[in-house]
Design a protein around this ligand. Structure first.
Ligand code: HEM
Ligand SMILES: *[C@@H]1O[C@H](CO)[C@@H](O)[C@H](O)[C@H]1NC(C)=O
Length: 362
């Protein structure tokens, strides 16, 4: 019986594949295993396997995946319209790492750069392509995430990026919005800045407060959900053991890190409503993040010169878990900032108030 329905299911899948193949002509890759819509994408199957096995511990949304996503941003955003739009997503943070990873905003990125370098050396791929590819694969390992598009063909970087282009957690909202607006010929709007910060749902900090390394930005750093947008909107407390360093704000949960910049963006009239709009809205969360990471990944490049290899990026696992208030907290703990739209009503996690554990490997 079970055997029989499996056979039926397989024959359905089989006919779907035949239908697909009829629509899109695929080429056989030289490895004899894979096919691709564009032969230029074939070498990426090997890179994918290497990255998953040797960088992401078999496909985890852990420390290395988080750091690889952070690297996507730090490499890409280092471009300035005011300075002629050179650089961007060019891999300069890897090729000129001895310079760029020493910039204050990039501290800590040397670790992931050192882990990525030997993998880049094993393949015929530019550093700029690799940083964006590894970031898209990293995101795909996080349950609930979108499949980030990936375009191939970035040339090697011409020079190191100048210092001062990567936002800091102690920067004002004015300064952060101005920096994003200046990145690339069109720049990023305040709403797009909020989209980019969906990234902090799979993130932790090691160096903002070195006494508590691995402190996550929300209670679920291994899941691509909207808890980050709930928890950044809650009242903060100064928990014992936190240093109150520059860039570190009071947080709602022991063990959780709240960046000053995230606190301020959640409460600024230009960004607060977009911030709140992500709470319990997984479809919007996925779609907007996918759009904005693609835009970051194309900074410094003409998309028409690159090859669409998005099909190589794994399809992430889906989740269906509604956002909640952490145990002990309710709507009364929300610092409402969006004028005009009420904060969504959420259930409170059952159980005792707990602290958030650090991300392993930090
Ligand atoms: C206003 C803009 C931003 C600021 C000020 C900011 C700041 C920071 C800081 C201070 C950390 C902690 C670093 C440490 O102490 O280890 C961090 C972590 C992280 N950031 Fe951002 N960030 C911004 C935007 C972004 C964007 C646009 C992305 C990606 C698209 C991103 C991805 C990440 C990730 C994934 C981590 C976690 C790294 C890890 O867990 O090891 N950030 N960010
Ligand atoms: C390396 O990749 C480039 C395209 O980026 C290609 O033109 C070249 O033939 C490749 N070299 C080898 C040895 O595969």
């Amino acid at each position: 019986m079970a055997f029989r329905s499996l056979a039926v299911a397989l024959s359905v899948i089989g006919s779907l594949q035949v239908a697909n193949a009829a629509l899109t002509k695929r080429v056989q890759c030289p490895d004899g295993i894979h096919t691709a819509t564009n032969a230029a994408c074939c070498p990426l199957f090997d890179v994918l396997e290497d990255v998953q096995q040797n960088l992401f511990d078999g496909g985890e949304c852990g420390e290395e995946a988080h750091e690889s996503l952070r690297l996507v941003f730090h490499d890409a955003i280092s471009i300035s319209n005011a300075a002629g739009n050179v650089g961007g997503a060019d891999g300069s943070i890897v090729v000129f790492d001895t310079i760029e990873t020493n910039y204050h905003a990039n501290l800590g990125t040397d670790e992931i750069v050192q882990k990525q370098k030997p993998i880049i050396a094993r393949h015929n791929i530019s550093a700029g392509d690799f940083v964006q590819f590894a970031g898209a694969v990293a995101v795909s390992n996080c349950p609930g995430a979108p499949q980030i598009p990936f375009f191939l063909g970035r040339p090697p970087p011409v020079s190191q990026a100048p210092d001062g282009l990567v936002p800091e957690p102690f920067d004002s909202v004015d300064k952060i919005l101005a920096r994003f607006a200046d990145a690339g010929p069109v720049g990023f709007t305040p709403v797009e800045v909020v989209w980019s910060l969906v990234s902090h749902t799979v993130a932790a900090a090691d160096l903002v407060d070195p006494t508590i390394p691995g402190s996550p930005f929300d209670s679920t750093p291994g899941t691509f959900d909207s808890q980050f947008f709930v928890e950044t909107q809650l009242k903060g407390t100064l928990f014992p053991g936190t240093s109150g360093n520059q860039g570190e704000a009071e947080s709602p949960l022991a063990g959780e890190m709240r960046l000053q910049s995230d606190h301020d963006l959640a409460r600024d009239s230009r960004t607060a409503c977009e911030w709140q709009s992500f709470v319990n809205n997984p479809t919007k969360l996925r779609n907007r993040f996918s759009d904005v990471v693609l835009k970051l990944s194309l900074l410094g490049h003409d998309q028409s010169t690159l090859t669409d290899c998005s099909e190589i990026i794994p399809v992430p696992q889906t989740i269906n878990v509604p956002a909640t208030f952490p145990a002990g907290l309710t709507i009364a703990d929300v610092e409402q900032a969006c004028v005009g739209t009420a904060f969504p009503s959420l259930a409170t996690d059952p159980g005792p108030v707990t602290s958030v554990p650090p991300v392993a490997g930090s």
